[in-house]
Design a binder for this molecule. Sequence first.
Ligand SMILES: Cc1cc2nc3c(=O)[nH]c(=O)nc-3n(C[C@H](O)[C@H](O)[C@H](O)COP(=O)(O)OP(=O)(O)OC[C@H]3O[C@@H](n4cnc5c(N)ncnc54)[C@H](O)[C@@H]3O)c2cc1C
Ligand SMILES: NC(=O)c1ccc[n+]([C@@H]2O[C@H](COP(=O)([O-])OP(=O)(O)OC[C@H]3O[C@@H](n4cnc5c(N)ncnc54)[C@H](OP(=O)(O)O)[C@@H]3O)[C@@H](O)[C@H]2O)c1
Length: 425
Amino acid sequence: MTDWSAKNPYSSNLTQNFVLNGEGSGKETRHVVFDLASSGLEYKAGDALGVVPVSPSKLVEDLLAASGFSGSEVVDTHMGDMELRQALTSAYEIHRLSKKWVRNLGERLEAPEEISIRLVSRTRTSTNDDTVLLDWSGSGLEGDVPSEYHEIGSVADPAIDLWNGMNGDDSKLEDYIWSRDYIDAISDFGHIISTPQQLVDGMDRLKPRLYSIASSPDYEPGTVHLTVGIVRYNHHDRDRTGLATGFLADRCKVVETDIGVFMSPTRSFILPKDLSTDIIMVGPGTGIAPFRAFLQQRDIDGATGRNWLFFGDWTESGENYYKEEMDDWKERGILTKHDLAWSRDGSEKVYVQHLMKKHGEEIWAWIDGGAYFYVCGDKSRMAKDVHKTLIGICGEHGGMSEEDAHEFVETRMMRTEKRYLRDVY
Ligand SMILES: Cc1cc2nc3c(=O)[nH]c(=O)nc-3n(C[C@H](O)[C@H](O)[C@H](O)COP(=O)(O)OP(=O)(O)OC[C@H]3O[C@@H](n4cnc5c(N)ncnc54)[C@H](O)[C@@H]3O)c2cc1C
Ligand SMILES: NC(=O)c1ccc[n+]([C@@H]2O[C@H](COP(=O)([O-])OP(=O)(O)OC[C@H]3O[C@@H](n4cnc5c(N)ncnc54)[C@H](OP(=O)(O)O)[C@@H]3O)[C@@H](O)[C@H]2O)c1
């Protein structure tokens, strides 16, 4: 059996790709189903799928046009020599600037003599490729300069002012990078990029993205389901997307598009072996994904332990993902308790931890009886608040001091008994 991996992904196709949100929702969250066919890929509920995206061809062509290269030039990359067009498509992340790339340019601006030499060589490259880049004869005679030429190495070059403003000030550099890609940066710094190699040097390597699997292999044989929150934003009058989510949403056609995937198994984020153990799951937003997988698995296993799900998102009408399946599990007694926190339906925010607090006594009773406690979704805010709330509940209802409650949650539940498990990103 082939050992599929990030470097050697299995080429899969989608069987389904649809938006889960209700009409009028301000979010785009998709249910995406991959066909495993005869890949031999195996997984368990709790695992993640690695997806290998490629850059949008329009962005690649626009970047080539902005930088004045044809795309057929050969560049040296971490994946070996390849044509520039291919490198921009599958070797590098071209939708967001890297700090290293901007710093490389800054360093070159600080060595103006070197830049002049590179500018000459840029013209030679373009002439060889029959591409007219600049209205400039390149004779080298004094006064013969490209039409958009800035006096490199002097204060007259606005790129120098721009770089000086960021040099040594990480937050300004981050500000610059936040809203820009290489096309934006070329309008500021393009005149000092003279070779295709300089264009790619310092760009981030294209990395696969992980997604918590939203299906059980026993319940949905031969397929892997994902719940994907699509990242879209607009900066400097151009619509932009996250690399992998834009790829999945806009460029992955059902049956048609080949998509590289591999499994990323978990050793810790797993269901209890004992089917009679209760579980509490907290998964707002796309954090619901592994809990759909868990519920499918508990259903098919005939687990007798109780299942409690805390879910939430903006609005009930827009983001009540998998409502019909959840209702069915509730009716059949598989989903024992289901608490929903809609943060933008009322005048006050309701978050999952508010509902946890409300049901603190019962949560403590489940935990005291040996229940597993799972959290999935946003790492930066939600998971931290849920963690604090859990400690508060154990303290208040378990009759523990603050210090003992910390110890109980962070040492006993998390490390010793391994029944407080998180899949946060
Ligand atoms: C173990 C694990 C499991 C995961 N499971 C899931 C899952 O089930 N579902 C899911 O949807 N995701 C999941 N993720 C997140 C997922 O891997 C990707 O990070 C996510 O889909 C974004 O990928 P992207 O390539 O589309 O975005 P990227 O191209 O990586 O861009 C995302 C970045 O864009 C930046 N950004 C966002 N908004 C703006 C803006 N307005 N302006 C400028 N920059 C901005 C942010 O820095 C953000 O980090 C998981 C991650 C991990 C590690
Ligand atoms: N690493 C990445 O590149 C990447 C990409 C995409 C998503 N993510 C992460 O994945 C998360 C999931 O995104 P999502 O769109 O599915 O959902 P989300 O942004 O996590 O939102 C889900 C719900 O959680 C609420 N929420 C906000 N702050 C909270 C807090 N402190 N405690 C509890 N709930 C809180 C939101 O409310 P309000 O919004 O109304 O406040 C919303 O109702 C994102 O938050 C993001 O951090 C990461």
